[in-house]
Design a protein around this ligand. Structure first.
Ligand code: ADP
Length: 161
């Protein structure tokens, strides 16, 4: 294998147990997993980049071959600069497929040498999304089975719950 590292890009606003499940799976396949947090304000994240990175660091502190980084702009440009040619994305349900398929093929057109690898989470996490968790948090739901406690605490604080 010419380069056995992989990049897992996303918003992680905030990280959930679904993301953590994927990071663990990827870390057992690749020598290093770079979790790349998009510094993309167009998506109007609830948490700023530094907060999202802090939560990811806490959530992955038990894993040794993980690096958390920020990236701006196109993920393929970031991958080329990092000299890593594998992107990890998650597929939860069929509903993810269309968007992920379009994005993978667009990225392939932009950078032929970069391959997207899809991983599926444990079925127990396949319904989890950051946006649903933010909604549940805003309504005061118990988040303990969705996100690490540190994330639940930050959500409560941010949303005054
Ligand atoms: P983005 O804004 O790039 O979609 P996300 O943080 O929402 O960023 O997701 C990053 C990647 O993680 C996506 O490929 C998404 O499908 C995947 N993902 C999100 N939640 C889960 C989950 N519960 N299980 C598996 N993969 C997930």
């Amino acid at each position: 294998m010419p380069n056995s590292a992989a990049i897992y890009p996303g918003s992680f606003d905030p990280v959930t147990y679904g993301h953590v499940d994927l990071i663990k799976r990827a870390s057992s396949i690749f020598s290093e997993v770079v979790v790349a947090v998009a510094n993309n304000m167009q998506k109007q994240p609830l948490f700023n980049t530094q907060e999202r990175i802090a939560m990811l660091k806490e959530a992955t502190s038990g894993l040794s071959n993980i690096r958390i980084e920020i990236f701006d702009g196109l993920v393929v440009d970031y991958a080329r600069e990092s000299k890593i040619n594998v992107l990890i994305r998650g597929l939860r349900m069929v509903s993810d497929f269309e968007y992920e398929f379009q994005m993978a093929l667009t990225n392939r057109r932009l950078a032929e040498e970069i391959e997207t690898v899809f991983l599926m989470p444990s079925e127990g996490y396949s319904f989890l999304s950051s946006s649903l968790i933010k909604e549940a948090a805003s309504l005061g739901a118990d988040l303990t089975s969705f996100v690490p406690n540190s994330v639940a605490d930050r959500l409560k604080k941010k949303l005054n719950k």
